[in-house]
Write a protein that binds this ligand. Structure first.
Ligand code: NZQ
Ligand code: ZN
Length: 386
């Protein structure tokens, strides 16, 4: 391992069937005004809302609701949330939902006490937080993003066709997160597999980079194998607690910064996927799935030994040459994606060939992976993904 790093993850996690009980233990740490943030209503339909509200009331909290956080939360919604939080002097932002709700809560958290435009400061200029934040707690209902244990917050601006993530520091991480795998049982299959692929790809983004022997890569392989095994069970039996709990925990570890420590990271699939998302508003995990195979085939010649290792250690393949093995590993990943129903094209997600230039312009090009792309490479990969 060659890199220098600091590791601290300040989020306190409660995991399992009884984990919501621990909300009672957390709430006394905060003032009385709680902003209950959620999405389009799934938590009302599956009973999670009633359980959370009952605990908030029993702990004497005053509840201010902020509902309707959409998948891929928008900058307009962010401004609305900041207004609600200010008007009600909220002491805790309690996000109950998937990555969109958690990300949104973090964006509100850093904006309540900032007088300027948060979109400009945090997402366009990527500036650090200088104001007092409002603490965030999460009750996760959809697995994939890792937002429950990281500082990431992704906001979409449809007017300027930009979807941008800011990774905030330790103080913006959720103070606590509650993970009950049973809360994810009602997630529709299309969303479940999108989340599974999102988590898998977070691992790929940190794995397909660097040449050194690194403990992070061994952990990454274990997480990938666990996700593949559990996904095969969950797709046949979505209420299988063991499989859903494994997926939930693996997804948290996939993006809580641990497996990126001490190594360079790629993140180009996410840059491509986010640009596609800005143009189509498609489900995040599916945008990643659509560009992944063309992207990995494109960079594979520059990272043959890691792709061959991926084939051996994640897919248990043996082959004659390193190059054949490298190709077979990507083919195995593609077959698994087809098996769980996540193999989509950009066309399936509503993108058209006329959008390619715009999507390419909205793609931030990073250089941590095996090959730094040119704009022409981005266009070629996007065309291949249609
Ligand atoms: O809005 P509701 O009605 O709650 O429905 C949601 C939403 O339609 C539904 N859902 C969630 N839990 C459910 C449920 N439906 C039934 N039962 C349940 N238990 O699922 C839909 C999708 O939810 P969403 O939160 O949008 O999904 P996800 O967790 O994939 O979050 C996606 C967002 O996170 C960002 C993405 O870009 C996207 O904006 N990301 C955040 C990251 C981070 N913080 O580190 C990293 C990721 O790479 C990603 O970019
Ligand atoms: Zn992702």
């Amino acid at each position: 391992m060659l890199g220098n790093f600091e590791f601290c993850n300040p989020t306190r996690l409660y995991f399992g069937k009884d984990s919501l009980e621990f909300l009672k233990q957390e709430l006394p740490k905060y003032g009385s005004n709680v902003m209950l943030i959620y999405g389009g209503g799934s938590i009302k339909r599956n009973g999670v809302y009633d359980q959370v509200v009952s605990i908030l009331k029993s702990c004497g909290k005053k509840i201010v609701e902020d509902a309707g956080v959409m998948p891929n939360p928008t900058v307009e919604k962010l401004y609305e949330g900041v207004k609600i939080a200010r008007e009600n002097s909220v002491d805790l932002l309690l996000a109950v939902g998937g990555g969109s709700v958690c990300d949104y809560a973090k964006a509100v958290s850093v904006s309540v006490n900032y007088d300027g435009d948060p979109w400009e400061k945090y997402f366009l200029k990527m500036e650090d937080v200088e104001c007092k934040i409002v603490p965030v707690g999460c009750i996760l209902t959809m697995v994939g993003t890792g937002s429950e244990m990281n500082g990431g917050s992704v906001i979409s601006n449809h007017k300027t066709k930009l979807k941008i993530g800011h990774v905030f520091g330790d103080n913006v991480y959720p103070k606590f997160s509650i993970l009950n795998p049973e809360f994810t049982f009602t997630v529709p299959e299309r969303q479940m597999v999108a989340g599974i692929y999102d988590a898998f790809n977070h691992i790929c983004e940190q794995y397909f980079s660097g040449e050194d022997d690194n403990v992070s890569d061994y952990i990454a392989e274990g997480l990938m194998k666990s996700i593949v095994a559990s996904s095969r069970v969950a797709i046949k039996d979505p209420k299988n607690y063991e499989a859903r709990s494994n997926i939930m925990w693996a997804a948290t570890w996939a993006l809580n910064t641990l497996i990126g420590k001490g190594k360079s990271q790629d993140w180009m699939v996410h840059m491509l996927g986010q640009a596609v998302g800005a143009y189509t508003d498609a489900t995040h995990g599916l945008t990643l799935a659509a560009v992944s195979i063309p992207y990995y085939r494109f960079i594979m010649p520059n990272g043959i030994s890691k792709f061959a290792r991926f084939a051996r250690n994640v897919w248990n393949l043996e082959g004659k040459s390193e190059e054949d093995l490298a190709k077979a590993g990507i083919d195995a990943m593609k077959s698994w994606m087809e098996e769980i129903g996540v193999a989509k094209t950009l066309t399936d997600l509503g993108a058209t060939s006329e959008m390619i230039d715009g999507i390419a312009d909205a793609t931030f090009i990073l250089d941590g992976g095996y090959k730094k792309l040119t704009r022409d490479d981005v266009v070629a990969i996007l065309k291949e993904s249609l």
